[in-house]
Design a protein around this ligand. Structure first.
Ligand code: SF4
Ligand code: SF4
Length: 350
């Protein structure tokens, strides 16, 4: 039997929700949402679940991930209940539920915990650089090793177990009987959504935002490949060097546009930003920018006299890889893609 918890809306506020109790159930939000349909009706259903505190129903639901946060529902809500923000905070809450370490929830709820984690890692990198006598060759070498180990470690220790938990909650706990073959048949859906986020195109005013996100995802993934597998900072290949410059420039240009739009707050989606949203865009911007200048300083033979630049880049990279990727907003990229996949799997089982 479902347990009602009237305190749940207060809990959600620490994840960024506004006053969902103001909702008087008119249904405008669901009517205007271009992504809602008879099979997946939101956001009103999620608002009712939240107001009643039906945590178990929300925990097993994929609907918060089916929303692409255009903000249309919030703009038309007559009660300023901010349904779009509620969907966003439910995604943060779900991220905390999937995360076996509990760190995701802690970092979402507490700004001081997030800042302490960032400072701690910055101090650790500076201490490490000091122990290496600020030697550029050694720091670049270990930095490259860190990238490889961090990717494999974070995926194996944090993200994979969390994805299994997500699968358990959304498929096994809902008692959906899925033949094993359906998981293979639906695999294409996972990769299509991961690389294109094509569902966002369904939002009425989303074409430009979709294109910016698409270019950003491609820029991010290709820069990751270029730095980790093609060793961009040590490469002598002009093709690899040029590719890295373009990819990092794409990242800092698009994220700069995102940061500006968050400051201007003109669009509905930029009106409310949780600290984790700021961390995501600012760190991505700084990562692209510092990577670009590190390679430029290498090419101009200036890095040896300016190793501080690489240390700044390394600090940002370590904070990104150990905080934002496993526990922060980066996970939304992964969980959303898997939500589309699980949704397809569930539909195929009906
Ligand atoms: S539009 Fe606002 S008041 Fe109406 S159901 Fe949606 S959240 Fe509630
Ligand atoms: S933010 Fe957009 S996609 Fe999400 S529920 Fe509201 S209208 Fe639908």
């Amino acid at each position: 039997m479902a347990r009602i918890n009237p305190e749940f809306t207060n809990k959600l506020k620490s994840y960024g929700a506004f006053d969902v109790n103001a909702c008087y159930n008119c249904g405008n939000c669901t009517a205007v949402c271009a992504l809602s349909d008879e099979n997946n009706s939101f956001p009103r259903k999620m608002i009712r679940y939240s107001v009643l505190g039906l945590e178990e129903e929300i925990e097993v639901s994929l609907e918060p991930w089916l929303c692409y946060y255009c903000g249309e529902c919030s703009a038309t809500c007559p009660r300023q209940a901010e349904p779009g923000e509620l969907m966003m905070s439910l995604r943060r809450w779900l991220t905390a539920k999937y995360d076996w370490t509990g760190l995701s929830g802690l970092l979402y709820r507490s700004l001081s915990a997030s800042l302490s984690a960032f400072i701690l890692l910055a101090v650790a990198v500076i201490a490490f650089a000091y122990r290496q006598d600020f030697d550029p060759g050694r720091l670049l070498h270990y930095g490259h090793y860190f990238e490889m180990i961090a990717i494999a470690g974070v995926f194996a220790v944090i993200l994979l177990p969390n994805l299994i938990r997500m699968w358990y909650m959304t498929i096994i706990k809902t008692k959906t009987k899925v033949p094993a073959g359906n998981y293979f048949k639906a695999l294409g859906e996972l990769f299509v959504h991961m690389f294109t986020q094509k569902r966002a195109l369904g939002c009425d005013d989303n074409q430009v935002r979709w294109f910016e996100h698409f270019i950003l995802v491609i820029g991010y993934l290709t820069l990751l490949f270029t730095t980790v597998f093609l060793d961009w900072f040590a490469s002598g290949s002009s093709f690899v060097i040029a590719a890295g410059y373009i990819e990092s420039a794409v990242i800092f240009t698009i994220t700069f546009i995102f940061v500006l739009s968050r400051f201007n707050k003109k669009e509905e989606v930029s009106k409310h930003a949780h600290p984790s949203d700021w961390f995501f865009v600012i760190w991505l911007f700084l990562m692209g920018l510092t990577a670009f200048f590190v390679r430029l300083f290498i090419d101009l033979d200036l890095l040896d006299g300016n190793i501080w630049l690489y240390i700044v880049h390394l600090i940002i990279l370590v904070q990104w890889a150990l905080i934002i990727v496993p526990f922060g907003k980066w996970t939304h990229f992964l969980y959303r893609s898997f939500a589309m996949y699980f949704q397809k799997v569930k539909e195929s089982a009906k």
